[in-house]
Design a protein around this ligand. Structure first.
Ligand code: LLP
Length: 441
């Protein structure tokens, strides 16, 4: 079993008070000390999964792990993951700036995205970002122009759409043919020709693909490796071009509920390594450098969100709603993707009696702001601390200020110690960028 197959952080336990503890910290105390909603990240769980990835891919020394920052990007988590030897996939000037400020070796950073702006690309070049994944013809031209004006040569990968369908939510599928991301297979030659003939400030080092997210199938990674290696071999024949890098993207799933059965990191690694060995032999190429960009599987399991239970409503002969003090602004995934989560009452962690089937409602002004439907909890009541598991990925990073509610605080826990890594927004923060116009006050 690897960490992505656990619903709860690896250090989750019940202490002598019957409270849920994480990283040796009583979560009820954390809620009291820092307020709720509160994102809690367990350092041990993050380190464990990073190490599992490294061990699983040991048999392929030319592997390069790049954490996909979009899952969660803060200075502290970046530094923690960098310490484990990972590089970083970034998709905006904001993520780029964060990893730079975190002190990351910029040669280990890859800049992705389907519509990077002039300013973002300029910043990436100024910061000597290791690779830029060029997504389309418009970008190739702009990137070459910026690089030329700075008298620099930029190493790029070509993002391609391999035409692989995976069984995940339509909105998080990216490798299928009708996708906004990357070059279609039929456009690659044209792009390569332009790079070789016209774009003298671009150096093409390899190909990049990403098939989707929250993936439970292993075979599609086999297919992806095959397609990328085949393309590299074909380009070698056609253009005498020796590309020696492929980037497989991210995608490994995690276990949000008992119904989820993601493969282990070891299973994914074994499939990828076998696929590489096969393809290398079949297409007679030297073993390429292989990047992988896991996001969710690195950070999701380490994170939980603590909420305080407030009001409740029993619909006559219908649903019992229990409302918490957060919701779709700190976790938009249930309303966006119908994502499901598991939860526990932190102050009743070993209660198994008085179970009631309830629906956890958020506090935001939309009927769709429901965090969990029909969950069994022990007599939930006002003041209880509800812990929702597996919220480390795509919660904070997709959070908003909807209803003008302050964004939540985030703490890192380890060895019974807790440290704030992102402050809770204040009411003053909320209005700090508002401009007061003359004559309106
Ligand atoms: N690389 C590329 C090019 C990507 O587009 C993504 C995710 C990743 C890596 C990381 O994938 P992961 O290992 O995290 O699955 N907001 C959605 C997920 C969107 C994923 C977008 N791309 C959600 O909350 O489920």
């Amino acid at each position: 079993m690897t960490t992505n197959q656990s619903i709860k952080p690896l250090t989750a336990a019940v202490n002598s008070l019957g409270h849920l503890e994480i990283g040796g910290c009583d979560t009820v105390e954390l809620a009291k000390k820092y307020g709720t909603p509160l994102y809690v990240l367990d350092k041990f769980t993050i380190e464990s999964i990073c190490r599992e990835y490294k061990t699983a891919f040991k048999a392929y020394p030319k592997i390069r792990m790049m954490y996909a920052s979009k899952a969660l990007c803060t200075i502290a988590t970046t530094q923690l993951i960098a310490k484990e030897g990972f590089g970083f996939d970034v998709v905006s000037g904001g993520e780029l700036f964060t990893v730079y400020k975190a002190g990351v070796d910029m040669s280990k950073v890859l800049f992705n995205g389907n519509n990077k702006s002039f300013d973002e690309l300029s910043l990436a070049i100024d910061l000597n970002t290791g690779r830029i994944s060029a997504d389309n013809f418009t970008e190739l031209e702009m990137l070459n122009e910026i690089a030329r004006s700075k008298n620099k040569t930029v190493k790029i990968l070509l993002r391609i759409t391999p035409g692989i369908e995976c069984h995940t939510h339509e909105y998080i599928q990216t490798g299928h043919l009708d996708s906004k991301f990357g070059f279609d297979l039929t456009q690659i030659d044209n792009a390569v020709e332009l790079i070789l003939k016209n774009y003298k400030n671009l150096e093409l080092t390899g190909l990049h693909a990403h098939i989707g997210s929250q993936i439970f199938e292993t075979q599609i990674y086999f297919d992806e490796v095959e397609i990328l290696v085949k393309e590299i071999a074909r380009l070698r024949e056609k253009f005498a071009l020796n590309l020696d890098e492929i980037n497989l993207g991210g995608g490994l799933g995690v276990k949000y509920t008992n119904a989820d059965n993601p493969p282990s990191v070891n299973e994914i690694a074994a499939v990828i390594i076998t696929a590489l060995e096969n393809a290398i032999q079949k297409y007679r190429i030297d073993p390429p450098v292989v990047y992988i960009e896991p996001g969710r599987s690195i950070i999701s399991t380490s994170g939980v969100t603590l909420y305080t239970v407030g009001s409740s409503k029993q619909v006559p002969r219908g649903t019992k709603y229990i409302a918490v003090d957060g919701g779709m602004a700190d976790n938009p995934r249930p309303s966006m993707y119908r994502a499901e989560y598991s939860a526990q009452i932190a102050n009743k962690a070993n209660f198994s009696e008085n179970l009631q089937t309830v629906t956890i409602a958020g506090r935001f002004c939309e009927s769709g702001d429901i965090l969990i439907k029909n969950i069994q909890l022990p007599n939930p009541e006002k003041g209880d601390i509800l812990c929702v598991f597996n919220t480390g990925a795509y919660n904070f990073s997709m959070s908003s200020n909807y209803n003008r509610v302050q964004k939540s605080c985030m703490v890192l826990v380890n060895n019974s110690q807790s440290d704030i890594i992102v402050y809770r927004e204040t009411l003053e923060d909320l209005i700090s960028r508002d401009v007061i116009l003359d004559g309106l006050a």
